[in-house]
Design a binder for this molecule. Structure first.
Ligand SMILES: Nc1ncnc2c1ncn2[C@@H]1O[C@H](COP(=O)(O)OP(=O)(O)O)[C@@H](O)[C@H]1O
Ligand SMILES: C=C(OP(=O)(O)O)C(=O)O
Ligand SMILES: [K+]
Ligand SMILES: [Mg+2]
Length: 527
């Protein structure tokens, strides 16, 4: 542990809590994924989001069309250029999401104790008596007494626009429900959630496939956020689909666990996926409230032990309309970090919230404070024990690099990597200092043309806690001599100095290959 670090497990001087934190170049080691939409699509606001610490932009296709998202993405590109902040792109699918079909977007008022019918017959206009939906199997899926929830797209916990229904009768293809609370539905999109009920809709719908193979390919998406992942097979099928789409064979799949079905198959899903999104919005309705934290803590622990990034959603709902989070939300963000999240995903807060930039900034500050008291020592020991012996050579090198960096109080770790594997393994051991992952391009061919790898690998580290990528010049391709390694190291050190993350006399731990051997070396900088 670096000296002066608070350890929550030890008695601390209360006044030390108030000591201001030293400003650092990176807002936090924990990453922030922002969902871009109406309130976060101008170059100006996106630039603000990037500067505040957003490193992944999520485009949610549950909502709006590809042209709209393309316009936002073009603005994101401009903002990336002008701020020189890196940002990865995540496409979020619609998947097995049930939606109310309300073409004319009329306001619908539902009265407590009244009745409303859910029908697959989309010929009906949506009214207070009947709501057409996009799924024709609901009547076969639910039974009397089941709970159905209807909420505004990216609903927050504090809205009066969401309604609880109880199924009272199934009539042919229609489902008659009792309204449990009065609510007014207005807005363009309402989603339905039937609690703990299997919905026989595909995880990757035809519309999703269409969007991925057009918008996704065109924009070389770094991450696919696979909504409603319920089985490992869902991930395998998505992988198979991506493998035939050129560059998208490199897209990482983040399985979104949003219901009890996904929770039940968590272990198999984790094995297949590149990362996990704990979709607490939907899962928070599917699970009894007293069980949510148990899933969160055990799922994050499993992701950490597997060395796969975990993303947590729905943290500061109330910031959609307010400049400050509630105390519960502020504490929740910190606990997400202490529990092991790699990234926090903001939904409504950035998409339609009034304070997207301030929200990112606030969440980043809370994360950064929590990182300082994260018990790295305990975590490290737990991880080493979990992995067991014999460790793979690379994992042993990676964990040693983290140990050495802490022991010598290094200001950063520099990791050379091509596939990204070494950097991810270092991040797995949760170093307390930033890791500059220097991605060395590799010359590759797809039989049609030659190109350099590296861009995907670099951007994909933008969702991993503690990793900060730098793409090396392709004139220094992988597998080259120790002389080029030295040149690249010098470039990396200069880059670190220019960013202000390293200064004269600092110690730096470097993980690289020299000849055939992976080595960890400690260097002390001169003036
Ligand atoms: N171009 C490179 N030059 C020097 N060392 C490298 C290079 N690429 C990877 N390494 C080192 O090689 C080892 C294997 O790293 P890994 O990320 O698994 O590389 P690969 O891209 O070959 O899978 C690590 O010690 C890493 O730091
Ligand atoms: C982010 C979530 O899902 P969606 O994007 O489908 O609203 C969630 O359920 O927390
Ligand atoms: K979605
Ligand atoms: Mg969801």
């Amino acid at each position: 542990m670096p000296s002066g670090q608070l350890l929550l497990e030890e008695p601390i001087r209360m006044a030390s809590i108030l000591e201001p934190s030293k400003p650092s170049f990176f807002s936090a080691m924990t990453k922030i994924v922002g969902t871009l939409g109406p309130k976060s699509r101008s170059v100006e606001v996106i630039s603000g989001c990037l500067k505040a610490g957003m490193s992944v932009a999520r485009f949610d296709f549950s909502w709006c069309d590809p042209d709209y998202h393309q316009e936002t993405l073009e603005n994101l590109k401009t903002a990336i250029k002008s701020t020189t902040k890196l940002c990865a792109i995540m496409l979020d699918t619609v998947g097995a999401e049930m939606q109310v079909v309300n073409k004319s977007e009329t306001t619908i008022t539902l009265q407590e104790d009244g009745e409303v019918v859910l029908t697959p017959d989309q010929g009906h206009e949506a009214t207070s008596e009947i709501l057409p939906i996009n799924f024709d199997g609901l009547a076969q899926s639910v039974k009397k007494g089941d709970t159905i929830f209807i909420g505004q797209y990216l609903f927050t916990g504090s809205e009066t626009t969401s309604v609880w229904l109880e199924v009272s009768e199934v009539k042919g293809n229609d489902v008659v429900c009792i309204i449990k609370n009065s609510a007014t539905l207005h807005g363009s999109l309402f989603t339905l959630h039937a609690s703990q009920v299997h919905i026989d809709l595909p995880t990757l719908t035809e519309k999703d496939k269409e969007v991925i193979s057009t918008w996704g390919v065109k924009n070389k998406i770094d991450f696919l956020s696979l909504s409603y992942t319920r089985h490992a097979e869902d991930v395998r099928q998505a992988r198979e689909f991506l493998s035939k789409l050129g560059d998208l064979s490199q897209t990482q799949i983040f399985a979104k666990i949003e219901n009890v079905e996904g929770l039940t198959h968590f272990d198999e899903i984790l094995q297949e996926a590149d990362g996990i999104i704990l979709s607490r919005g939907n899962l928070g309705i599917d699970l009894p409230p007293e069980k949510v934290f148990l899933f969160q803590k055990s799922a994050l622990n499993k992701c950490n032990m597997a060395g796969k990034p975990a993303v947590l959603t729905r943290v500061v709902d109330s910031m959609t309309d307010n400049l400050r989070p509630t105390r519960a939300e502020a504490t929740d963000v910190a606990n997400a970090v202490l529990d092991g999240s790699d990234a926090i995903l903001l939904g409504a807060e950035t998409l339609r919230g009034l304070y997207p930039v301030e929200t990112i900034y606030t969440v980043g500050r809370i994360c950064s404070e929590a990182e300082k008291v994260f018990n790295q020592d305990l975590y490290f020991k737990k991880t080493v024990k979990f992995v067991g012996e014999p460790m793979t050579h690379l994992e042993s090198i990676a964990s040693s690099a983290v140990r050495a960096a802490i022991k010598v109080k290094a200001s950063i770790i520099i990791c050379f990597t091509s596939s990204g594997r070494a950097a991810r393994l270092i991040a797995k051991y949760r170093p307390t200092m930033p890791v500059l992952s220097v991605v060395i391009p590799r010359l590759k061919t797809n039989q049609l043309k030659w190109s350099f790898s590296g861009a995907f690998e670099a951007r994909q580290s933008l969702i991993v806690r503690g990793l900060f990528p730098m793409l090396a010049d392709p004139r220094h391709p992988a597998g080259s001599t120790s002389a080029t390694s030295e040149t690249i190291l010098k470039v990396a050190l200069d880059h670190g100095k220019a960013l202000g993350i390293i200064k004269s006399h600092d110690r730096v731990v470097v993980c690289q290959k020299l000849g055939d051997a992976s080595v960890v070396k400690i260097i002390e900088l001169e003036d």
